[in-house]
Design a protein around this ligand. Structure first.
Ligand code: ADP
Ligand code: RBF
Ligand code: MG
Length: 383
C-alpha cells in the first residue's frame, strides 16, 4: 500500500465543518497591516510587516498587548484597543473573500453540510465583517465569537461549543484554520484539522494539522467524507479570469538552461496587490505577444519551492516553439484556470516531467469553449 493510501484510510470521516474567519475565509492580513501602520505612525513608530506572524490567530486583546509591548508604546493595551477599533471598523467593508471561500461555502451549503463559524473576534465584529459578503450569514447554523467563551483559541472551548450547538460529536467535525493557535485549538478539541496558512513559507510549522493545503482551492472535501467539488473540468478549475501584462524581463536565467522550459517573466512591480490576492500555484490561459499573436500558456506563480526563491514570481511558459527570445516585447496574459499548487520535487527530472504534464493539461483544456472564448479578448492584442 502506498503511503498516500495508508493516510487516506486512517482519515476519519466528518459530517460538519467549523471555519475560522480572518485569514481563512477573509483576506484580513493586508487590512491589519494598513491599520497598524497608521496607528503606529501616530506614536512615531513604523510597522514592520515581518511581525505579522506574532499576532496571527491571537485574541484581539493578546494581539494588542503584543504590539504595545513590542513597540514599547506609552499606552495601556485597553487604550490601544480603543484607538484601533474604529480604524478597523472603517475597513471592514474593504475586506475581500479569499480565493475559494465563496466556492467552498456555496458547495457545502448546497449539499446540506452544517457549518459553524468560530473566530476569536467578538461576535459583533464577525457579524459586521460577514455582512459585506452575500449569503455568508445564512451559510452558518452557528456563529461563535471570542467574547462568548471563557478562553479563546488556542483553547478548544470555542470549537467544543460550536460542536455542541451543531449537535455533533467533536470527532465528526472538520476544522479549517489558517493560524497556529487555531490549529492547536482544533486538535485540542479532538477534531480533524485542515490548515491553510495565510503567510507564505510557513507550512512546516503546521505539523499538528491533519493536512496542510496552500489555499482553499486545494481542499478536497471527499478526503473527509464530504461531497466532492463538481466544478473541476479535465484536471482544471475554471476561475474568474484575471489580466496581467507588461514587457518581458530577464528572470533567473534558469528556465531554458536548467529545465529546458523557457518562462517569459513579467515584472511584479505594479502587480503586488494582484499577486498577493492570488495563491501561488500553477495556472493557465492565453498569452498575447504584440508582434507574434496569441498562444496557449501555462505558468507558475510563487516561490518555486524546488529553487526556494525569495520573491514571488510569475513564470509563463508559452506553449509554442519560438526560434528566438523576445525580451522587452509586450506580453499580455489572461489567466482562466487553475491546475495545482506549487510543489517540491525529489529531482529536477521529476519537476520537468510535472511541468510537461501541466503543459498537456493546459493545451487540452484551452480547446474547451469555456476557456477558448477568451482567446479573442482584445486585451491580448491591444498594445
Ligand atoms: P529568464 O530567466 O530570463 O526568464 P528563461 O531561460 O526562462 O530566462 O528564458 C525565457 C526567455 O525565453 C523569454 O523571456 C523569451 O524571451 C524566450 N522564450 C522563447 N520561447 C519561449 C516560450 N515558449 N515561452 C516563454 N519564453 C520563451
Ligand atoms: N517550480 C517549483 O519549484 N515547483 C513547481 O511545482 C513548479 N511548477 C511549475 C509549473 C509550470 C507550468 C512552470 C512553467 C514552472 C513551474 N515551476 C515550478 C517553476 C520553475 O521552477 C521555474 O520556471 C524555473 O525556476 C525558472 O525560473
Ligand atoms: Mg524565465
Amino acid at each position: 500500500m502506498t503511503e498516500k493510501m495508508a493516510t487516506a484510510s486512517l482519515t476519519k470521516l466528518v459530517r460538519c465543518v467549523i471555519l475560522d474567519l480572518d485569514g481563512t475565509l477573509l483576506n484580513t492580513d493586508g487590512i491589519v497591516g494598513n491599520v497598524l501602520k497608521v496607528l503606529l505612525s501616530r506614536y512615531g513608530k513604523q510597522w514592520d510587516g515581518r511581525e505579522a506572524h506574532k499576532i496571527l490567530g491571537k485574541t484581539p486583546f493578546e494581539a494588542a498587548a503584543a504590539v504595545v509591548e513590542d513597540y514599547q508604546l506609552p499606552c495601556s493595551t485597553i487604550e490601544f484597543i480603543s484607538q484601533i477599533s474604529p480604524l478597523f471598523s472603517d475597513q471592514w467593508c474593504n475586506i475581500k473573500a479569499l480565493p475559494g471561500a465563496n466556492r467552498l461555502l456555496k458547495h457545502l451549503k448546497n449539499h446540506g453540510v452544517p457549518m459553524a463559524l468560530a473566530s476569536n473576534s467578538p461576535k459583533e465584529s464577525i457579524e459586521a465583517k460577514i455582512s459585506y459578503h452575500d449569503g455568508w450569514k445564512s451559510s452558518f447554523s452557528v456563529i461563535i465569537g471570542g467574547d462568548e467563551v471563557r478562553t479563546g483559541k488556542p483553547s478548544p472551548d470555542m470549537f467544543l461549543e460550536a460542536a455542541e450547538r451543531l449537535s455533533m460529536e467533536p470527532s465528526s467535525c472538520l476544522v479549517i484554520e489558517d493560524s497556529l493557535p487555531g490549529v492547536t485549538a482544533g486538535k485540542a478539541a479532538e477534531m480533524q484539522v485542515v490548515a491553510v496558512p495565510s503567510l507564505p513559507k510557513q507550512s512546516h510549522l503546521y505539523t499538528a494539522a491533519d493536512e496542510v493545503i496552500n489555499s482553499l482551492l486545494d481542499l478536497r472535501p471527499e478526503k473527509w467524507g464530504l461531497p466532492p467539488f463538481e466544478d473541476w473540468v479535465d484536471g482544471t478549475l475554471p476561475l474568474d479570469p484575471w489580466y496581467i501584462g507588461g514587457p518581458v524581463i530577464k528572470g533567473f536565467g534558469r528556465g531554458s538552461k536548467v529545465l529546458g522550459i523557457p518562462t517569459a517573466n513579467l515584472s511584479t512591480k505594479g502587480y503586488s496587490d494582484l499577486l498577493a490576492e492570488h495563491p501561488s500555484g500553477v495556472y493557465f490561459g492565453w498569452a498575447g505577444l504584440s508582434s507574434r499573436g496569441v498562444f496557449k500558456m501555462v505558468m507558475s506563480i510563487g516561490w518555486n519551492p524546488y529553487f526556494d526563491n525569495k520573491e514571488k514570481t510569475i513564470e509563463p511558459w508559452i506553449l509554442y516553439k519560438f526560434d528566438e527570445d523576445f525580451y522587452g516585447e509586450e506580453l499580455r496574459l489572461i489567466i482562466v484556470g487553475y491546475i495545482r499548487p506549487e510543489a517540491n520535487f525529489p529531482s529536477l527530472e521529476s519537476l520537468i516531467a510535472k511541468i510537461h504534464e501541466d503543459g498537456e493539461i493546459a493545451e487540452k483544456a484551452l480547446e474547451l469553449p469555456l476557456y477558448s472564448s477568451y482567446k479573442n479578448d482584445p486585451y491580448l492584442r491591444s498594445s
